[in-house]
Design a binder for this molecule. Structure first.
Ligand code: GDP
Length: 291
């Protein structure tokens, strides 16, 4: 699937990250979507900040499958110079966990002479603004432009010797893994008119039905009987019928059915679901590598 979509400001964001690297950077916080912690990671960010320890924040964990979030946290925590914690917007005081994890990643920094300088990044819709607003308001933090670096970089003082830098705009990765494209689209990270909703919904269904716990959620939500003999399109048709997505003449409106399925997935109406495990993601990446 081709996702022909790039959020604006790619170049200014890249420049801002490069400027931050030159000015001094100790830890990178990469905000990930806990439902797709592999696909929502940005290889371009890793490239731009090579050599810096990274805190992976698995955000929106309230929407994700907790068993799988645990697998992903273990996976990322096993990587060198990397720590991972789960988070969601219901956590009203995320700063302490975040500060602690960053301090562990940069033990030689700290104190007024060597304050910790942390950059926070994430793909669109991952919850960065929400988190930053929580951090900034809870700490009554000083926010504003950091002079001399770039007019648009925001500095949030989370602790006396702990500065969080937020770059404007977005970095969007070149999506090399096909499944990642589908998962990013299903999660809501991609602009709506950049993909075919029916195609993405069919992929989502194909994935969910392969996993018994998720298939049970589908069956329960849409009161489905046996779906064994159905192909994905027939299954989407049946879901459309159950949810009243009809055209005239008793025909199902597949576009509407696709929209309903995606909306209900995103809102956790089906239940907590994650779209990839570390194992699955590794296998997808290996196939993409061979191509
Ligand atoms: P940004 O594009 O990364 O700045 O994302 P936003 O902060 O604007 O959040 C995108 C959407 O995700 C908004 O509708 C938020 O309300 C929602 N959101 C943010 N954090 C969470 C979370 O932890 N859990 C859930 N369920 N939704 C969240």
């Amino acid at each position: 699937m081709a996702i022909n979509w790039f959020p604006g400001h790619m170049n200014s964001t890249r420049n801002a990250i490069n400027d931050r690297m030159k000015a001094g950077l100790d830890v990178v916080i990469e905000l990930l979507d806990a439902r797709l912690p592999g696909s929502s990671a940005n290889p371009l960010l890793a490239q731009l900040t090579a050599g810096k320890p990274t805190l992976k924040l698995l955000n929106k964990q309230d929407l994700a499958d907790p068993e799988r979030t645990a697998l992903w946290l273990a996976h990322y925590n096993s990587l060198p110079d990397t720590r991972a914690i789960g988070l969601d917007a219901s956590n009203k005081a995320p700063a302490q966990a975040l500060i602690k994890a960053c301090r562990e990643l940069a033990p030689l920094r700290g104190g007024m002479v060597k304050p910790l300088r942390v950059l926070i990044c994430g793909i669109p819709n991952v919850g960065k603004s929400t988190l930053i607003n929580t951090l900034a308001s809870k700490r009554s933090a000083k926010t504003g432009d950091e002079p001399g670096i770039t007019k648009v970089e925001q500095k949030i003082v989370l602790d006396q010797d702990f500065y969080l830098f937020d770059t404007p705009g977005m970095l969007w990765p070149k999506i090399a893994i096909e499944e990642s494209g589908y998962n990013l689209a299903a999660s809501g990270a991609v602009g709506r008119n950049a993909f075919d909703e029916e195609e993405v919904a069919l992929e989502l269904l194909a994935y969910l039905r392969r996993h018994p716990a998720y298939l049970d959620m589908l069956k329960a939500r849409y009161k489905l009987g046996e779906v064994e003999g159905m192909n994905d399109e027939q299954l989407l048709t049946e879901i459309g019928r159950k949810r009243g997505a009809m055209l005239g003449g008793g025909r199902v409106n597949l576009q509407k059915a696709a929209e309903v399925l995606m909306y209900e997935f995103r809102q956790k109406v089906l239940g907590p679901i994650s779209l990839e495990t570390p194992e699955e993601f590794k296998a997808w990446a290996a196939v993409a590598e061979e191509r």
